[in-house]
Design a protein around this ligand. Structure first.
Ligand code: 4AD
Ligand code: MG
Length: 517
């Protein structure tokens, strides 16, 4: 039994053993059940209180009518404020109009467990900065709840795929003595007076394990000191990295393709309701099918210079300008209707809608301001540079499916990538660019298996050779062609959930200037 915190809470006993989850209500229609949860919404009227309970599994409306049985707790229930925790006992009834098709009626008990006064997140529109500071509470909100459920399925689908394909899980260290990807994004740690780094990748360690088990993968948090705020970068993110021995690039691409498709199929099967609830267009997820496009970097450069890229951005400019026009009209109309509204709630609603429209307008204005820069970057893109965020967006939007961009110039890529034996300006690598402008979700490559070339590459990157002796050992003792890739979980969640910004894809985002809560 819980202590009853509220002095005037009713004292009808509830027993945890009775607990039924909202998702299970349909199996208990007609019999008395007890729900344990929080108040998502409460709408008391004179003789009836409509209380929406949120219990972790879902939400359900409870209808409490004032009568002889309920008199003792009706007034308490009427005071249930947003996010109070409580239990409620009643009878589930089928109700077509109710979300989930069930409603709880004939309430026989309602107990407050923990009160909640002045919950900071109210149904009115809040700015993202405010909500991010309230992240520990924000993820109780419906939309955030749906997103994190989809994330949980994605993480499970990742493990299931690799375990099912015979890959062995190899856990790799987070304290790393050497660079894994690039010097510019290292987080330094004082390790008993020795300078080490937080792992940017587990790859080098799975490469070693690959020579023991062949197919292996690691899956865990990785760290990058990203010093700029973008919608695609976190400083702490989760990455899964498979690695295979005795393979060539085609097989790695095929693995990536099968893997991504299986994750997508899984959320379509298990999370359809969540996907619909957040408004992600199901058809575009269903369109994620094999084969993905394959495009060499050199051809991507041509594409950026070409007429289609230019046309795309010019259309954006026209469309977004028209959208702003539309928003301006909407705002004027809302201002009018707010002024003439008779009821207070109508005024509040109008004010809320105005705020939302203004935020949308600001966002569009920013996007429009960036278009000329993106046009210039694309038109003047030089062979030898890395593709920037806006370039990826263009390439992604010019394809209807995910696209593998392969064979990048060696200068812009990591030291470990295998130099292409047919064209030594490039490496055998690939990025998987998600459609609809979501950008890179996977980076992968063949690994340089030749000792001497690898040594030369380590030196060319001015890396301390002594820290890589163990890694060079892999090329001394039975080296084989091998390769793999890394998929960023949060980029994938953003793509599959259709989120513009990566900050909502992880329970506690870490970004430049963001470390609380
Ligand atoms: O392309 P990256 O840097 O590749 C590697 O780390 C390789 N060691 C992987 C491998 O071959 N085993 O990163 C891989 C993926 C990116 O495609 C992206 O999805 C994600 O990790 N990623 C980030 N996600 C969020 N925030 C960041 N700052 C990220 N940096 C990379
Ligand atoms: Mg990359």
């Amino acid at each position: 039994m819980y202590p009853l915190r509220s002095p005037d809470a009713a004292t009808i006993k509830t027993d945890m053993k009775d607990r039924i989850y909202v998702t299970d209500l349909k199996n208990h229609v007609g019999s008395s059940v007890t729900l344990y949860g929080w108040v998502a919404k409460a709408r008391p009227t004179g003789k009836v209180a409509f209380i929406t309970i949120r219990d972790g599994s879902g939400t359900c409306q409870c209808v409490l009518e004032k009568n002889e049985t309920t008199e003792s707790f009706f007034d308490v229930a009427k005071k249930l404020s947003q996010e109070s925790s409580f239990t409620i006992t009643g009878t589930p009834c089928l109700e077509e109009r109710a979300p989930g098709g069930v409603e709880v009626r004939d309430i026989t008990a309602c107990n407050i467990i923990g009160e909640s006064a002045d919950y900071p997140i109210t149904p009115k529109a809040h700015g993202v900065d405010f909500l991010m500071k309230q992240r520990h509470l924000w993820f109780r909100s419906q939309r955030q709840w749906h997103i994190l459920r989809i994330r949980a399925t994605i993480v499970d689908a990742i493990r299931q795929f690799f375990n099912g394909e015979g890959f062995k899980l190899i856990d790799t260290p987070i304290f790393a003595p050497a660079i894994g990807e690039g010097a510019s994004t290292l987080f330094e740690v004082d390790y008993f007076d020795e300078q080490v780094f937080l792992a940017q990748t587990g790859q080098l360690y799975v490469e070693a394990a690959c020579m023991a088990h062949d197919k292996v993968y690691c899956f865990g948090p990785t760290f990058r000191a990203e010093k700029s705020k973008t919608r695609r970068h976190l400083t702490e993110f989760w990455m899964v990295e498979p690695e295979m021995a005795f393979c060539e690039m085609d097989e790695v691409l095929e693995l990536a393709e099968n893997f991504v498709c299986s994750v997508v199929q899984r959320i379509l099967k298990d999370n359809r309701d969540d996907i619909e609830a957040i408004g992600r267009d199901i058809a575009s997820l269903e369109a994620i099918q094999k084969p993905f496009h394959r495009l060499r970097y050199a051809d991507a450069v041509e594409m950026l210079h070409g007429p289609k890229a230019k046309e795309l951005l010019e259309n954006d400019l026209t469309e977004k300008t028209a959208e702003i026009e539309g928003l301006n009209n909407k705002i004027t109309e809302l201002e009018e209707s707010g002024k003439t509204a008779k009821k207070q709630w109508q005024k509040e609603k109008a004010a809320q809608d105005i705020q939302t429209a203004r935020e949308e307008r600001t966002e569009l204005e920013e996007q429009i301001a960036n278009i000329p820069t993106h046009m210039k970057l694309a038109a003047e893109f030089q062979f030898g540079s890395d593709l920037g965020g806006s370039d990826e967006t263009i390439i992604s939007r010019l394809h209807d499916r995910p696209v593998f961009v392969t064979h990048y110039p060696r200068e812009v890529k990591a030291f470990y990538m295998r130099v292409d034996r047919d064209d030594d300006r490039v490496v055998e690598n690939f990025d998987l660019i998600a459609p609809q402008g979501y950008g890179e979700v996977i980076g992968g490559s063949m690994r340089e298996e030749n000792h001497d070339i690898l040594l030369e590459r380590i030196k060319a990157h001015s890396l301390p050779v002594e820290n890589f002796e163990w890694y060079l050992d892999l090329r001394r003792y039975g080296s084989v062609p091998h390769g793999g890739f890394g998929l960023g979980v949060e980029r994938t969640v953003a793509w599959l959930c259709g989120l513009k910004h990566i900050r909502e894809t992880i329970p506690y985002p870490r970004m430049l200037g963001k470390i609380y809560p």
